[in-house]
Design a protein around this ligand. Structure first.
Ligand code: BES
Ligand code: MN
Ligand code: MN
Length: 463
């Protein structure tokens, strides 16, 4: 029997080629143009899971894109680990900013990745990371050394808010029953600073439409006399935060858990260099809520951001109009114990209250998710930390992440089990951005680490 590192070395090219084949399929869940590709990606995963020897591999129908399920039950008395990941990816726009085709993966060296990084949409988020789990389990099955039961559940709608997932999970409690869930869809601090994410922010996402006159008007004939929805929308957005960058929506902070001094000390232990941070983003200064550090602002404080704003004439040259409508998409990141069922209502009430009578305001609640925390004394966390220690030669740092994975709190509510967020990405991977990439080092280190997890977990479980 070969050890994992010998195995990875011998199969290096094959493991890269297989991931490349997966990255070549443009599984953009947000754009119906790619519907067939999304389905093809589900089939690709299904074939992989069959090939590595899992049982009951199936494409599970949902109201939206399918979920790929598979399992290996070696003994009902042993613990069961559920592996979750997503095979869908974000849209690629603005595509002209990519240095290579987002769906033709290439390996290029970067400052952070002297060994090379795989440039492709989904390489880090989440195809590359999800695929590490497939390959780690493949290794264990080939060596007849899988010590626990495993189940895979890979979905295709994460990037659009997992609209079908609660439908699916609610109907499949028995099938998805597990003792712990492991997910690689988050990041580390650096390639020599491994981390386990112990907190995720929640999310409320709304779309607002401000309507003025029933049609676009001549801005000379009507200008100055009729409310311009774009002027008004921007004024309203400006009122959503105050001079200290606190959010002004009444009730918004009511359930926010304040940080204890000890927690602030813990957070400040994460290695962080403000100058490098600014340099990497090419900004002269950071910006955010008064009274909090950058690490705090981006992880355990709630936020409100306009993600997109449009309306009126944006083509070549000038067109003198007062537009009929203005629109914006607004996301609010939530922290414990804020409730995504309550926040959109608070937003709507306040947003409507600050609108002048000259316009009509519509607020649509697009999707949301709860915030999440895992305690570091959970046996899944302990096993993950041991696996990381073995692979990296040092203990991982527990970190709070600012991102959201709404399925994680949903799993806890529906299945009663915790998710261990063992991610191997880096903030510099440019996920959701042009030139997304994933370190070759990270890919192989991830497979290595995940292959160690199961033994440690079995030991923790049976202790
Ligand atoms: N994998 C990310 C979330 C993430 C990335 C968490 C890095 C922590 C560190 C996930 O695919 C994602 O993009 N989630 C969305 C939420 C979703 C509802 C669209 C997000 O956070 O914007
Ligand atoms: Mn993801
Ligand atoms: Mn994502």
């Amino acid at each position: 029997m070969k050890n994992i590192n010998e195995y990875l070395q011998e199969n290096r090219q094959k493991l890269l080629d297989e991931l490349f084949d997966l990255l070549k399929i443009p599984s953009v869940s947000a754009d119906p143009v790619y519907a067939e590709d999304v389905i093809n990606t589900a089939n690709f995963i299904k074939n992989q899971l069959e090939k590595i020897g899992l049982d009951n591999v199936s494409i599970e129908k949902t109201p939206g894109y399918p979920i790929v399920y598979a399992e290996k039950i070696i003994d009902e008395k042993l613990p069961t680990v559920l592996i979750y990941g997503h095979y869908d990816v974000q849209p690629v726009d603005p595509v002209e900013l990519w240095h290579s085709d987002p769906f033709k993966p290439v390996i290029k060296k970067t400052d952070i990745h002297p060994e090379g990084a795989i440039f492709a949409r989904g390489s880090s988020d989440d195809k590359g990371q999800m695929f590490m789990h497939v390959k780690a389990v493949e290794y264990l099955l080939k060596n007849d050394s899988l010590p626990v039961n495993v189940k895979f559940m890979i979905e295709g709608e994460e990037e659009v808010g997992s609209p079908s997932l609660s439908w699916y999970v609610k109907r499949n409690h028995e099938k998805l029953k597990n003792d712990v869930i492991i997910i690689s869809d988050t990041g580390m601090v650096a390639n020599d600073v491994p981390a386990i994410t112990t907190g995720l922010r929640g999310l409320s996402f709304v779309e607002v439409t401000v309507t003025g006159p029933k049609r676009d008007l001549h801005s000379g004939l009507y200008g100055g006399a009729v409310g311009n929805p774009i002027n008004i929308l921007t004024k309203m957005i400006a009122q959503l935060t105050d001079e200290n960058n606190h959010i002004t929506i009444p009730g918004f902070y009511d359930k926010v858990k304040d940080l204890s001094p000890e927690e602030r000390v813990e957070i400040a232990k994460t290695p962080f260099d403000l100058e490098n941070y600014k340099k990497a983003l090419d900004v002269t200064d950071v910006y955010g809520e008064k009274g909090y550090t950058t690490l705090e602002r981006q992880s355990i404080r709630p936020t409100l951001d306009v993600n997109g704003i449009w309306g009126g004439y944006t083509g070549e040259g000038a067109k003198t109009i007062i537009p009929s409508k203005a629109h914006a998409k607004i996301s609010m990141r939530l922290v414990p114990d804020q409730d995504p069922e309550e926040i959109p209502g608070m937003f709507e009430a306040y947003f409507k209250s600050i609108a002048p009578k000259a316009v009509k305001v519509e607020v649509k609640n697009l999707h949301g998710g709860y915030p999440y925390v895992t305690p570091t004394n959970h046996i899944g966390y302990k096993a993950a930390a041991k696996a990381m220690h073995k692979a990296f030669g040092k203990d991982p740092l527990p970190i709070y992440s600012g991102g959201s994975i709404p399925i994680v709190p949903l799993f806890e509510k529906e299945l009663g089990t915790k998710s261990i967020l063992m991610g191997f990405g880096l903030d510099s991977d440019a996920i959701h951005s042009p030139n997304e990439h994933y370190g070759v080092f990270n890919y192989f280190k991830g497979i290595e680490t995940l292959s160690y997890f199961y033994d440690y977990y079995k030991n923790e479980f049976t202790q």
